[in-house]
Ligand binder design. Structure first.
Ligand code: BES
Ligand code: ZN
Ligand code: ZN
Length: 508
């Protein structure tokens, strides 16, 4: 998807379709909206007629297509919901619904008129970013294994009109930045959607090496031999049951400014989570190729950091392993010695994410002494139960870091919700035979006991944990409840969020 700025008027320029927003009709004021006067003119009264017949209600995802009598292609109306709730996220969703709704309908170019979407509180810049997100992410589908696909919108032009012509330079800059971020999201989704037979830990290492080569990043891969020398018992235990051995993968982006912070980003990279010896029931296993989403997001974050030259130095760590049962698999009852020297009593081999992260978190905090460490992990089913499949759980020991992430989330529209970490949770992960246990005796607060476990391995480094088990991917059943920019499969949740955080971190 190409997104570009165009000075011409959107209704007279020659796109295959031009789109306008419709706010939800209210009973109080149901008169034909002023804002659609030009659209009505362009369709010689068809819009008005459809309005009068109540065919247009302005509900989110409602798409109405008119063929213009003047032969200038189509005019498309998209519902955005109530005027009082309009914001960049509503616009992002609307544009995504348009490009998805037009799939297979022979529309190659789409025009959006900026003056028609810049309605309080949406500014010209936030509109440009939201349109770009909506168009690029909404059109995305994972097509690598499809032999046939339907035609998609390939180009979106944002028409400034006289009103915004003066801002052209600034808006072009915002567009360039946002489309670069969104290109990386697409790149990330393409890796995250690869099935587990292909996306092995070594394949993730290859992707990291290729990225390093392209952007001049230092990449280090620790294979199973090296991991053994380093006493990374967590990764080795979890990866022990698979013929695809585990990897710890490091990427270093040097930072755009000399005296900037160092921020470490650590991802859970379970290329397939069968549960291991504590095997999952089949239904729960169906989507476990997405258990690498945190690690794949880290690849994306490093790519975006390097492309946009964000101010801080960024260290990416992928903890990659495949969790399978076999004669060489780790078992419940095993006691594992991790890189940090601390030991883990394994009570459930399905609580493997925290076990691999223990090595990555302690390695990066000890070796790089980062100012902050952020981890992303599809860590617990409890997260999905607590917050649903669109919101990530945030646990943080650092107020500034937490507030920074919440601020970034408000901009990108990736919802996160902060949860408390208390001594109650810390108590539950203490082990009788080792330092920590990977599964608690009683089930409450599974997301938070998992966080308490991770906390053991970050020491005093300011830390934020994002449990992305819910929003990391969309399945056939959850997809219809999601905004249209969330495709089926991996969403790359966290890439836009953390990139925004890194871009803004120098300002804080
Ligand atoms: N990868 C799963 C968590 C998960 C569940 C991610 C659903 C995405 C959707 C994780 O490794 C896991 O199995 N966690 C267990 C932990 C338990 C055994 C303590 C869980 O949440 O049930
Ligand atoms: Zn598991
Ligand atoms: Zn898992």
């Amino acid at each position: 998807m190409k997104v570009e700025i165009d000075r011409r008027d959107g209704l007279t320029a020659a796109a295959d379709a031009v789109v306008s927003l419709v706010f939800e009709r209210s009973e109080k004021d149901d008169t034909f909206p002023h804002a659609l006067a030009r659209e009505d003119e362009a369709t010689k009264g068809l819009v008005r007629a459809a309005w009068d017949k109540k065919e247009i209600r302005g509900k989110p995802k409602e798409l109405t297509v008119f063929h213009r009598p003047d032969g200038r292609g189509r005019l498309v109306l998209i519902g955005v919901g109530p005027r009082s709730k309009y914001d960049p996220e509503a616009l992002r969703r609307a544009i995504a619904s348009v490009v998805r709704g037009l799939r297979g309908k022979g529309v190659r170019t789409l025009a959006v008129r900026l003056p028609s979407v810049v309605v309080e509180p949406v500014t010209s810049e936030s509109a440009i970013r939201a349109i770009t997100d909506g168009a690029v992410l909404g059109v995305y589908e994972f097509v690598k294994y499809k032999t046939k696909t339907e035609g998609n919108v390939e180009e979106t032009s944002i028409h400034l009109g006289d009103e915004f012509a003066r801002e052209e330079a600034a808006l072009k800059k915002a567009l360039a930045e946002q489309s670069s971020i969104d290109d990386t999201v697409v790149w990330t989704r393409d890796i995250g959607n690869l099935p587990a037979d292909t996306a092995t830990p070594e394949r993730l290492a290859e992707e990291a090496r290729a990225l390093g080569k392209e952007f001049g990043l230092k990449v280090t891969v620790f294979d199973e031999k090296k991991l053994a020398e380093m006493h990374c018992g967590g990764l080795l235990a979890v990866g022990g049951g698979s013929t695809h051995p585990p990897r710890m993968i490091l990427l270093e982006y040097p930072g755009g400014s000399k005296r900037g912070k160092t921020i470490a980003v650590v991802g859970k990279g379970i290329t397939f989570d069968s549960g291991g010896i504590s095997i999952k029931p089949s239904a729960s296993m169906a989507h476990m190729k997405f258990d690498k989403s945190g690690a794949v997001a880290v690849l994306g974050i490093l790519r975006a950091a390097a492309t946009l030259k964000v101010p801080p130095r960024v260290i990416g760590v992928l903890c990659a392993a495949e969790n399978l049962p076999s004669g060489s698999a780790y078992r419940p009852g095993d006691i594992v010695r991790t890189y940090s020297g601390k030991t883990i009593e394994v009570l459930n081999t399905d609580a493997e994410g925290r076990v691999v992260l223990s090595d990555g978190l302690s390695y990066v905090t000890q070796q790089y002494k980062p100012d902050e460490v952020i981890d992303l992990a599809t860590l617990t089913g409890a997260e999905v139960v607590a917050l649903g499949d669109n919101t990530a759980g945030l646990v943080s020991t650092d107020e500034r870091l937490a507030q920074g992430l919440l601020a970034a989330s408000a901009v990108t529209g990736e919802p996160i919700w902060r949860m408390p970490l208390t001594d109650y949770h810390r108590e539950l992960v203490k082990s009788d035979v080792g330092d920590v246990r990977n599964s608690t005796e009683i089930p409450p607060a599974g997301m938070l006991t998992a966080a308490a476990f991770l906390e053991t391995f970050v020491g005093t480094t300011p830390w934020a944990h994002l449990d992305i088990a819910g929003p990391a991917y969309t399945s056939l059943t959850t997809y219809k409840y999601q905004p249209s920019y969330q495709n089926l499969g991996m969403t790359a949740f966290g890439v836009r969020l953390i990139t925004r955080y890194l871009l803004d971190s120098a300002r804080a």
